[in-house]
Design a protein around this ligand. Structure first.
Ligand code: NZQ
Ligand code: ZN
Length: 385
């Protein structure tokens, strides 16, 4: 295991009917901007519940943050934050609203070129101050509610950013607020959380037993309770486990002291930017093909994944690995996620455009070993047609 620091100050408020506790978590005299997406929180009553919990505080609303949040939309919120002298941001929504709110929180203090916040990749964004923020999660998927990351669309490209200043002060995880999700969004969330674990777990053995076993526990929980949540709205216990799995998959804990490989996400973000396919779905298309092409690189961990996550104990090592990758793909398919590019109308010419876009974005040597070059990415994508 490698050296590491671990710090995560986000307070999690988990369980049903707890929104009235917002009142004690937000400073009494704060002027609050409540941010949300295209209207689901209005339609289903979550926004009203949030507002009634904020008591006498002055509250302004900003709606219309789109999936894959757009820089220009977020800059409109930044203007409001400045002109209204907002001192607390409350995100009510899924990953897009939470990420957008994190960006607004940083951009409010950046005088010129706020797009520079997006140019540091996984390094800390050049920011010195942020407006404090909290989250009410309506879609379990990204883990944004307990991490320092965000992904913003700027000039038709998706840019990840990262800053310790945007750790949410708190996040409310109430599974009942997710009951209005259409099944395909539940499926996207399961795939996203599953692949967050994979990107931190499936690299090489480093004798990081806690991280490995936490990862395997999250994957097994998603395999067990993901499909139940997808099919059965009445099973709140399964939904609770799914929700906490999604947060635990990307709150930093399983990624400490181990090598990580975010290749599937790097390729997936390009696919969303170019073809507007939902984030979780892009990952489910790429991962099975990527694992098949990178079997030798990842052999030891793939075998551990086969034996400990999928309980495959028969056959040669090679057979176990092949079976584990097949089972992973079938798991996504059973959630109604098709995993071939042709299902989304993408052929070789689409792959050409995607590869040249990755080149433009400097994504020419990705993976844990930096040797996943664009010709290999092309082979991965061609085998996913
Ligand atoms: O906009 P509204 O009307 O609210 O509808 C949303 C949206 O259309 C709807 N929705 C959310 N909660 C609902 C609901 N509909 C009914 N009932 C509810 N309770 O769901 C749709 C999708 O929402 P979105 O927030 O876009 O989905 P998700 O949570 O999957 O977030 C995706 C974004 O997160 C980024 C992705 O790149 C993408 O931009 N990611 C952020 C990460 C992070 N911060 O750590 C990591 C991830 O890997 C990911 O890249
Ligand atoms: Zn993701």
């Amino acid at each position: 295991m490698q050296n590491f620091n671990y710090y995560n100050p986000t307070e999690i408020v988990f369980g049903k009917n707890r929104l009235n506790e917002l009142d004690k978590l937000i400073p009494e005299n704060a002027k609050v901007l409540v941010l949300f997406g295209g209207g689901s929180v209005k339609r289903f009553g979550t926004l009203d519940k949030v507002k009634s919990s904020l008591g006498e505080r002055e509250v302004i609303e900003f709606g219309g943050i789109e999936p894959n949040p757009q820089f220009d939309t977020l800059m409109k919120a930044v203007e409001i934050v400045r002109s209204e002298k907002i001192d607390f941001l409350l995100a009510v929504g899924g990953g897009s609203v939470m990420d957008g709110t994190k960006f607004i929180s940083l951009a409010a203090y950046v005088e010129s070129d706020p797009q520079q916040l997006l140019m540091a990749g996984f390094d800390a964004a050049p920011a010195i101050k942020a407006i404090p923020l909290g989250c009410v999660v309506t879609l379990p998927a990204t883990g944004s509610e307990m991490n320092t990351f965000g992904v913003i669309t700027y000039q038709h490209q998706k840019y990840p950013f990262n800053s310790p200043l945007v750790f949410p002060k708190f996040s409310f995880l109430d599974p009942e607020l997710t009951l209005t999700l259409p099944p395909e969004q539940v499926a996207n969330g399961i795939a996203d959380a599953f692949i967050h674990v994979i990107e931190q777990y499936l690299t090489k053995p480093e004798n990081a037993k806690i991280q490995d076993r936490f990862s395997e526990g999250i994957l097994k929980t998603l395999i067990e309770d993901g499909p139940v949540t997808y099919h059965d709205k009445t099973n709140i216990e399964a939904r609770k486990n799914f929700m906490w799995s999604a947060t635990s998959a990307l709150n930093g804990l399983i990624g400490v002291g181990v090598t990580q490989d975010w290749s599937t996400h790097m390729i997936g973000h390009e696919m969303t930017a170019m073809f507007d396919i939902a984030h979780g779905r892009t990952l489910a298309i790429i991962l099975p093909s990527l694992l098949r092409k990178r079997q030798t690189h990842k052999q030891a961990k793939l075998l551990q994944f086969a034996e400990r996550v999928w309980d495959i104990n028969q056959g040669s090592d090679e057979e176990k690995i092949v079976a584990a990758i097949d089972k992973t793909e079938t798991f996504f398919n059973a959630l109604g996620i098709v995993t071939k590019l042709s299902h989304y109308g993408i052929d070789e010419s689409g792959i050409d455009s995607l590869i040249s876009n990755m080149e433009k974005m400097g994504l020419t040597h990705i993976s844990e070993t930096g040797d996943l070059t664009l010709d290999i990415v092309r082979k991965i994508l061609v085998s996913a047609i």
